[in-house]
Design a protein around this ligand. Structure first.
Ligand SMILES: Nc1ncnc2c1ncn2[C@@H]1O[C@H](COP(=O)(O)OP(=O)(O)OP(=O)(O)O)[C@@H](O)[C@H]1O
Length: 682
């Protein structure tokens, strides 16, 4: 049993409908320690044969046995392992990876061994020292001479301590001196107990071999030793194969390095090195992707900020911890009028007196509700007249001041005490005097309005009150307010009902707002639902919904640019795969699996995604700061763009998903590339 046995190898190429037979039944046997030169006419099938031996080509008929074991060429994992552990491969075109240094090229093969990092590094240095390249280890391949490149290739081929070294025209591109050096190295490698198979056209190289196999017209010619003498038949053609035994080189038991598949982090590092090598190209893609991600992040941040701002403003105007409760109208006509009043309080003057009032038991029912801490009664009237000196002003709404009313709106003065009033800034005070309106505080004003008394007769209620303050309310009709006691006492004097027309219920927490509103609206007393409460949180909810929709629409528009980014990554990846075909072939010949190749390209795309997301985050922060600074005057210092941690997480996930999706097809193409064709590409 020979170490390597080829039996009845047939190989043909199909071109169109025509079949070309290249290898027509090759039987060859090799031993460890041999240096076999394969010579023959150009196009005779030498490269085809060594591609089969090196496990790059699996599309042939016949068998290959290694140490007596049949090699299953259709078992991809086994073939990868065979290339990784048994084969070292060098070629005329050196097959070095351009973006890796001399040392990194050698380390690449060592990364598929189980040696520790230190041991791998030491071995790489040793191998490079053996081929005389200690001074060149930091150089890139394009900085080396042809002879130096071939020596790097030899060092790399030996890195995994392979049993078989295949050299396809190793000296084809070298001058006589370099040829002699390389041959000496190959001889030494064979003497060390490896099988060296060398394809050559050079007689000089062939004579350096211990045995020559001549391949012509798809057949091995009767063999000769290196000195041209006929040999028994260690290398034979067709059926004659078994006629004799090969020159029995002493099988040398050699210690093999324990091998392993390429760890994922090595692929990732390699992807990183490639990115660094082609940074100009990648920078453009990164910028394009980052802009798309930045837009998504900024719009989301803006949405969050606007929602926050609306909530903040609304909460400043209306306390979400208090709920305004109105009384439902008792009959259809009143209901109609009350409905109209909601839309235009200015026309509701006539119905004020008929507004249903809260009875004692109803107030108790409200006070007893869960989560309600206190209730505060209020009375409102419409179409009042406020006379300042001789000047009369219309006050569409005259109401009682409730304790939850924000004092923030008080531009001057304080909340009204007994027989005091706060006046609306724009509809009364500034109309009185655009410049001196603040001076109204402390002045007497005459307040009057018409309503119906308990007998249903129209009466006029009036009193002179002192201005306690000026309020700038958000209400379009303006608010003029007095305290509850004053309102009651004015009405009592005119024999008008002093019962509340609205109630403000204070609740334990703003979180309960919606629940308590629902409860009040569904409260049934004497078979009726007397109350109508409106929830600030419901209003906020609908505002927030609008903002959410607007944000989603803007983010979706920004998302379209992400589709463009994804397409850019796909195109770049495809171009990268095409440009790196040779590299793919080299990596496969070194024993990398398809999945290692796929991972290499996927990692590169993911890196583009991650770098883009990082840049987008930085850009968004800068833009947010700038915008917030610019808008600070408008918003009173409130940050309108709020980029939250969740926005960043979403953008990173988005970037990873886009990059990963964009990498699927190109990475697949790379992984499926035919290693032989890949090696031939430039
Ligand atoms: N992929 C292919 N498709 C079709 N024909 C091919 C292919 N690869 C090689 N051949 C043909 O197979 C024959 C053997 O090619 P091969 O490269 O093995 O020859 P060779 O002996 O190494 O030649 P040379 O010494 O010129 O390098 C040639 O006729 C070549 O044209």
């Amino acid at each position: 049993m020979s170490y390597l046995e080829l039996t009845n190898i047939h190989k043909s190429y199909q071109i169109g409908k025509q079949k070309f037979d290249v290898l027509k039944g090759i039987n060859l046997q090799f031993e460890l320690g041999e240096f076999v030169a394969i010579v023959g006419e150009s196009g005779g099938g030498k490269t085809t044969l060594v591609n089969i031996i090196s496990g790059l080509d699996h599309d042939f008929a016949g068998t290959v046995r290694i140490a007596g074991q049949l090699l299953d060429y259709h078992h991809e994992k086994q073939l990868d392992q065979y290339r990784r552990e048994v084969i070292g491969y060098i070629s005329q075109s050196y097959n070095l990876i351009a973006h890796l240094t001399v040392l990194e090229n050698v380390m690449l093969a060592l990364d598929m061994t189980k040696l520790s990092h230190g041991e791998r590094l030491r071995r790489a240095h040793e191998l490079l020292a053996q081929v005389g390249l200690t001074a060149q280890i930091r150089k890139y391949p394009q900085q080396l001479s042809g002879g130096q490149k071939q020596r790097v290739a030899i060092a790399r081929a030996l890195a995994g301590d392979p049993q078989i070294l295949i050299a396809d025209e190793p000296t084809g591109a070298l001058d006589a001196d370099n040829t002699a050096e390389v041959m000496a190295m190959l001889q030494k490698i064979a003497q060390d107990g490896r099988l060296v198979i060398c394809v050559t056209h050079s007689q000089r190289v062939a004579h350096a071999a211990s045995r020559i196999a001549e391949l012509n017209d798809g057949h091995i010619q009767p063999q000769s030793n290196a000195n041209g003498q006929q040999q028994a038949s260690p290398v034979s053609a067709g059926a004659a194969a078994d006629a004799g035994s090969p020159k029995q080189a002493q099988p040398i038991v050699r210690q093999q390095l324990p091998a392993r598949p390429l760890p994922w982090h090595v692929s990732v590092m390699m992807a990183f090195k490639h990115m660094r090598h082609t940074w100009t190209w990648n920078t453009l893609i990164v910028i394009g992707t980052a802009i798309g991600l930045f837009a998504v992040m900024l719009f989301n941040g803006l949405g969050t900020g606007i929602k926050g701002y609306i909530n903040h403003e609304m909460n400043a105007l209306v306390d979400p911890q208090s709920i305004m409760v109105m009384h439902q109208a008792d009959n259809a006509k009143d209901q109609e009028e009350q409905a109209a009043a909601v839309y235009d309080p200015a026309v509701a003057g006539g119905i004020a007196a008929r507004m249903p009032v809260f009875t004692g038991p109803q107030l108790t029912a409200l006070r007893d509700l869960k989560h309600v801490t206190t209730i505060e009664p209020g009375i409102s009237a419409t179409n009042a007249t406020i006379a300042i000196n001789q000047q009369k002003f219309a006050a569409p709404e005259l109401t009682t001041w409730t304790s939850d009313e924000s004092t923030r709106n008080l531009k001057v003065g304080h909340v009204p005490g007994n027989n005091q009033i706060v006046l609306d800034k724009s509809s009364i005070a500034q109309k009185w005097s655009a410049t001196k309106w603040r001076q109204l505080v402390g002045q007497p004003v005459s307040v009057s309005y018409q309503t119906f008394n308990l007998q249903g007769k129209p009466v006029t209620i009036s009193r002179t009150l002192t201005v306690a303050g000026i309020v700038d309310s958000s209400s379009e009709v303006g608010i003029n307010a007095l305290n509850y006691q004053t309102m009651q006492s004015m009405r009592a004097a005119a024999k008008v009902s002093t019962q509340p027309t609205f109630v403000t219920a204070r609740i334990t927490s703003r979180m309960q707002n919606q629940a308590v509103v629902n409860e009040i609206n569904h409260l049934t007393i004497d078979g009726k639902r007397p109350f109508a409460a409106t929830s600030i949180s419901a209003t906020l909810d609908s505002f927030n919904t609008y903002v959410n929709i607007a944000t989603a629409v803007l983010a979706a528009i920004a998302g379209i640019s992400l589709v463009v980014s994804a397409l850019m990554i796909i195109v770049t990846m495809f171009m990268s795969v095409s440009a790196r075909m040779k590299e793919i072939g080299i990596l496969r010949s070194l024993g990398e699996r398809r999945r290692d190749i796929r991972r290499l390209f996927t990692s590169e795309a993911l890196m583009i995604g991650l770098i883009s997301a990082t840049i987008a985050t930085g850009l968004s922060y800068v833009a947010a700061r700038g915008l917030n600074h610019m808008l600070a005057k408008l918003t009173g210092g409130y940050a309108l763009v709020q980029i939250q941690f969740s926005n960043i997480v979403v953008v990173f996930i988005l970037a990873i998903v886009i990059a990963w999706l964009a990498a699927i097809l190109p990475a697949r193409r790379a992984a499926r590339a035919n290693p032989i064709k890949a090696l031939l590409s430039e």
